[in-house]
Design a protein around this ligand. Structure first.
Ligand SMILES: Cc1cc2nc3c(=O)[nH]c(=O)nc-3n(C[C@H](O)[C@H](O)[C@H](O)COP(=O)(O)OP(=O)(O)OC[C@H]3O[C@@H](n4cnc5c(N)ncnc54)[C@H](O)[C@@H]3O)c2cc1C
Length: 504
């Protein structure tokens, strides 16, 4: 049943909507998810879960379970034997996890519902109107039309987003690759490499295992470009795979085959008043690099704590604007990166293909280029813009520091599981000021020398101080906590009196 008591209505129960729903509900926000499909999806589009996404799942206690469902791949082979090594990523998860999208959705749905999100299936959003105090959402349900009132709406409703259309936002861009053939098949002679990809002449093919005996195949044949509706022929799929990879691995028994085109598009605004766009509703691009679901999940992780703070009256409206400011440039970068990979993969002439391979090999031999590429693909290298004069670490992702004693299970990712800010306070640093924000800031002690660091609930660094004078550092900390976490719950004076530090 659809509740009328909503703080946030999320449209779409794909991976983006489900992660967001879990974060909001866990923070005590009244959250409804409207999903037009009656059943859970068992269709697998995405199958690559990158390191940064695994870190976000770890910070929600979900990574180990997801990892147990798939295969870990420590390096990515691009074309012509060029590899991107992920094994030296500065992450607890230095690999890409190959697992079907439905495993991610199941896990996130279970968490969201357990946390109290109201997931309503068979509910299709058809339009919305917003005013100064809230949003009215028109929904068609199995029992007829209904209008739902809420404070905020998030359109996580995919490529053909109704929410985006209702906002009147364009979705500019174009098709980047057409007539891409997609199939899930059995292989009589599975490849030794976990991921196989190559392009030769007019053919491109990619093969990856799901880990349960099924393999995902992408193939593209420049000589036979067809509209999406034209069925895929297994013989053609085998031929193209042979041309690109030298063998078709004894491909047989497809469970489904489909032909699609891939667009590169991005909404110009991720926020219009009380309505936000996230995931495929905000950006779509080619599947090259396996970025779509991962980027949507990062959108959700960025937006969740900000919306929760706004609903609970702890954030200025400007905090909500930072969602667009931080995530739109990332979306643009992902569009460009995956576009570059697919364009390079589909280069036509043999001399150009040879030059591509040589340039990539040379570039990736250089440490910084290799690290940049691995950081971009894995998401670990993503950072948000910092204010002028901020400490160089501000805006970067916080590394999973070991913590002293058995605090929070011993790692920063575990300390983040409560959805709170985490203040990393080296032993000896007085963090008493944070007590006045005790309902939203958790204080932990690192085992290694680390400056006083405030980490946001999404694992990015908000503020760092290397100030050694205790009084000035304390004052800076109070200012940072006020800016990031809102007004203190306990007045600072009464807190100081209670802790004895303010008595004269
Ligand atoms: C072939 C292929 C391979 C891919 N491989 C990868 C990969 O390896 N890694 C990766 O990260 N990404 C990959 N992607 C992209 C990935 O699948 C998407 O980016 C991801 O599903 C986006 O998640 P989402 O939650 O934003 O949207 P979606 O998954 O599209 O979910 C949107 C949900 O909204 C619902 N909905 C839509 N309209 C309404 C409405 N009006 N009312 C109510 N509900 C509505 C839909 O039913 C759906 O459940 C791939 C995509 C394709 C096509």
């Amino acid at each position: 049943m659809i509740s009328q008591q909503n703080d946030v209505v999320i449209v779409g129960a794909g991976p983006t909507g489900l992660l967001l729903a879990g974060d909001l509900a866990a923070a005590g926000v009244r959250t409804t998810v409207l999903e037009r499909r009656l059943e859970e999806s068992n269709l697998t589009r995405a199958f690559a879960v990158h390191a940064r996404t695994l870190e976000q799942l770890d910070a929600r206690g979900l990574a180990d379970e997801l990892i147990s469902t798939g295969a870990q791949v420590p390096s990515l082979r691009l074309f012509g034997g060029v590899r991107v090594d992920l094994s030296s990523l500065p992450s607890r998860h230095p690999f890409v996890l190959i697992t079907p999208q439905y495993q991610v959705e199941r896990l996130l749905q279970r968490r969201a519902v357990a946390a109290g999100a109201n997931l309503v299936r068979g509910a299709e959003v058809t339009g919305l109107r917003q005013d100064a105090d809230g949003v009215d959402v028109d929904v068609t349900t199995q029992d007829g039309p209904v209008t739902v009132r809420t404070s905020y709406v998030v359109g996580a409703d995919g490529l053909r987003s109704r929410v985006r259309a209702a906002l009147g936002l364009p979705f500019p861009g174009k098709a980047v690759v057409t007539s891409l053939m997609l199939a899930d098949v059995r292989l009589a002679e599975p490849p030794r490499d976990v991921l196989m990809v190559n392009a030769v002449g007019d053919a491109f093919a990619f093969v990856a295992p799901f880990g349960d005996g099924w393999y995902r195949v992408f193939a593209w044949n420049r000589r036979n470009q067809q509209p999406d509706g034209v069925p895929v022929d297994l013989t053609e799929l085998r031929e193209v795979t042979r041309e690109a990879l030298g063998t078709d691995f004894g491909m047989h028994d497809p469970r489904w085959m489909s032909r699609f085109h891939s667009d590169e598009r991005q909404a110009p605004q991720y926020r219009v008043g009380r309505v936000f766009l996230a995931g495929d509703a905000a950006h779509v691009h080619s599947p090259a690099g396996g970025q779509g679901m991962n980027t949507g999940l990062q959108d959700a992780a960025n937006l969740g704590w900000k919306l929760a703070a706004a609903v609970q009256g702890r954030a200025a409206d400007a905090l909500l604007d930072t969602y667009h400011a931080e995530r739109h440039p990332v979306g643009r970068m992902v569009l460009r990166g995956s576009g570059a990979i697919i364009r390079l993969a589909l280069i036509r002439s043999r001399p150009a293909q040879a030059a591509r391979t040589m340039i990539l090999r040379t570039a990736l031999r250089l440490g910084p280029a290799r690290r940049r590429m691995a950081g971009m693909i894995s998401g670990v290298g993503i950072r948000y813009a910092a204010p002028r004069g901020a400490h160089p670490q501000v805006g970067t992702r916080a590394e999973d520091l070991p913590l002293a004693g058995d605090q929070a299970g011993g790692r920063l990712a575990e300390a983040l599981r409560g959805g709170m800010f985490v203040l990393v306070a080296p032993s000896g640093a007085d963090a008493a000021a944070a007590r006045a924000w005790g309902d939203r800031v958790r204080v932990v002690t690192p085992t290694a020398a680390t400056p006083l660091t405030l980490v946001r609930p999404d694992g990015y660094i908000a503020w760092v101080s290397e100030e050694s004078e205790p009084g000035r550092r304390d004052e800076q900390l109070r200012v940072a906590l006020g800016e990031w976490c809102g007004a203190p719950v306990v007045s600072q004076e009464s807190d100081a009196v209670r802790s004895g530090t303010g008595q004269k």
